[in-house]
Design a protein around this ligand. Sequence first.
Ligand code: PMP
Ligand code: GLN
Length: 396
Amino acid sequence: MIPGRWHQIAAASNLLGPDGDLAPTIFAEMSALAVRTGAINLGQGFPDSDGPEAVLAGAVSAIRGGGNQYPPGRGMPELRAAVAAHQKRFYGLEVDPETEVLVTAGATEAIAATVMALCEPGDEVVTFEPYYDAYAAVIEMAGARRRTVPLRFPDFTPDPAALAAAFGPRTRLVLVNSPHNPTGRVLGSAELEAVARLAMDHDAIVVTDEVYEHLTFDGRAHIPLATLPGMAERTVTISSGGKTFSVTGWKVGWLHARRDLVDAITTVQQFLTYVNAGPFQPAVAAGLDLPGEFFLGVAGTLQAGRDLLVEGLQAAGFGVRVPEGTYFIVADAAPLGYHDGLALCRDLPRLAGVVAVPMRVFYDDQDAGRSLVRFACCKRPEVLREAADRLGALRR
Ligand code: PMP
Ligand code: GLN
């Protein structure tokens, strides 16, 4: 039995087991199921091939070259400079690498430290639902409350009235993830403008989770909220190297914001990890400096994977929402007669030799995502083809 307040935190993030014990996250549960059954793991979002040679070689040479001790508290100067240069190159944002950038242990720590630093108990955090699981937990840890705006299958477009209704006098932060896990939505300028206007009207800070910033499809552009008029001042922009460079285990993340906000967040962050991933920091800096073709190439390869799997899921009889970005495709199992995605995911290795993740765990309103399942398309084409073929068994 988990004691006291932690019980509430586990409950907020759907991690209470049947006896009140801590249950594994859905990603851990489904990855373990894949290992146990030998099924193809399209659950947890991680690629099955390595990232660019320059990035891998950068880490090897940093380790061999003695870069194995604590890096500076705010991150290695070359990584902070590379983050600032990347934001200028891709989005025209002016960021001071000395005072406006903080390197973190993945985007996860950046989000946690930001919410803890900027929220008082009782403050409200507006976010879209479904949401990445860590959001609910960290909002709860900060003693804040989440106010969610539903995104519903199949278009996953926020209703402007519901968005406005989520804001109130206690709104402190708006936590926006685009490209969005798990829906695969990439928010367009009108949607981002609506968020910006409400944030200004309520004097809220916007926190953006942009870890899939380079993984957009069909030529769709990712627009950082900080580029909207007046928003650089009130936005904490968060990203990480895990997805872009296919190194999800390295956990090199960063944020940038106004200097006083970065100072406040650093106050928390320096007592969470202080620093991390010393030799991986210069390697990620080298990645951020790669030419434009690299970034287009990553998106193109992933888009080809998306197309393969979308086609396979449609052929297998799922209702499919074609994602605009990210590693993920959301499919509705109801047309196949499966109305509970969680039960289906637990049975999917037996039924089809594939593992996926049920969407309902990302919703507060579990009915909204009941028959939906999330599949990861960040795998080699032969793996996706085999998975698609196996999923065909559901229809036969
Ligand atoms: N945010 C979202 C939306 C994610 O999907 C992930 C996935 N890992 C993270 C944050 C965490 O990023 P990191 O591994 O850099 O902590
Ligand atoms: N971001 C990954 C996903 O959504 C999982 C990361 C994790 O296991 N916490 O699949």
